[in-house]
Design a protein around this ligand. Sequence first.
Ligand code: KIV
Ligand code: ZN
Length: 500
Amino acid sequence: MAERLYIFDTTLRDGEQVPGCQLNTVEKIEVAKQLEQLGVDIIEAGFPISSPGDFNSVVEISKAVTWPTICALTRAVEKDIDVAADALKYAKKGRIHTGIGTSPYHIKYKLNSNKEKIIERAKNAVAYARKFVEDVEFYAEDAGRTDNEYLAKVIEAVIAAGATVVNIPDTTGYCLPEEYGAKIKFLKENVKDIDKAIISTHCHNDLGMATANTIAGILNGARQAEVTINGIGERAGNTSLEEVTMILRSHKEVGIDTNINSQNIYQMSRQVSTLMNMPVQPNKAIVGRNAFAHSSGIHQDGVLKHRENYEIIDPKDVGINESSIVLTARSGRAALKHRLGVLGFELEKEKLDEVYEEFLKLADKKKDIKDEDIALLVGDVKKEDRRINLEYLQVVTGKGLESMASVRLSIAGETFESSSTGNGPVDAAIKAIKQIIKRTVVLEEFLIQAITRGSDDVGKVHMQVIHEERIYYGFGANTDIVTASAEAFIDALNKIPTKQ
Ligand code: KIV
Ligand code: ZN
């Protein structure tokens, strides 16, 4: 059976330190409840002395959450610890997380102190916190840049004072994975009674190594990882929960696992991103929009043949319904055929070739082809039997210019051309078409709509025209809205019965 790694989530404390991403108490409770569903072991709910809002959040989260341990942060200051203990009074399982800087930078420039005095303060803070709670975690701030011999002395002293968890933060994200792993190993091998406490990792991502460092720490004996959802946190952020969890699930040979219900990961990620107004970068591992999206023809073909050709995680395992095959100009027929199948279109080879040709033309104009676009393309190809077809349309328009359109139509196999000016490009195009068809057709209603998003999107046009007191409906779609309008008009014209 796999050994257990405790997940300590600090989204609501370190994660919430991101400028502009503060949550109110109600939102924090929502996140905490979701973290409980996700299966995290410890929720760091805030830094109670820092503000009445943080104090209140720790109180309310303690009441709202049932089984995870609720943790409150303090400095190695008695007043901080008093306030944290008070905030935790409703927690079923409460933990005080106290600590002090141990690196030469922090000792000299932040605390204006010396090594001996720091050890004294650390011991006293832990012993004082133990008066209120059984579970006391100590952090050696900037442990990443603290020399291992001195760090070992600090850790030994706080364990003797009653620390149950010892946190070794790489506060500035400076360590190399090997160096951080060696630090944990050194503590494991050189601190008396180290087995009386759990060693915790807390890695920042300033050099993009937070997850690598956390894993190095775990491989060397750490059994708690401090993480945030989506890796949010101070500056470049913290180690992300989803990465640590899925690394351990993907590498079963490591023999360490968490209590995380991985199918809840994606939903959790969306919730935090939405509440904090913090978009997830599209290429973010595990939860980014593109994490399971395949866009090149070779990869799409490979994934369709066998998912594991290009995926090491089944998207369903993290709560994403399926891998997405992103249709772009680089997609092949296999990907288009697959998407058509999903949309319910089974096309003969010849028809598929025609749709594929049209698809490539559209993909040249538009980066990302959506399902709606595909459905329209299939519809367009089906329109081949129409009597009237638009073969060519050119418009000249712009501010201070009178719009002008030239059109060429084929009607029952014969070609006709015309041009007209108009009150805008659509009006000019429709007038030019009317000159050719020589029927009294009145445009009754005209609705333009973008299908999805972005300026390169396909526009949809719905039209109603009246001919001899009867209404005919037309529809057109194109990345060029004037062409879409002309197509919609022609679509309506095609529905008018021809005179025998
Ligand atoms: O990064 C850090 O050192 C911290 C501590 C307060 C645990 O967040
Ligand atoms: Zn931190």
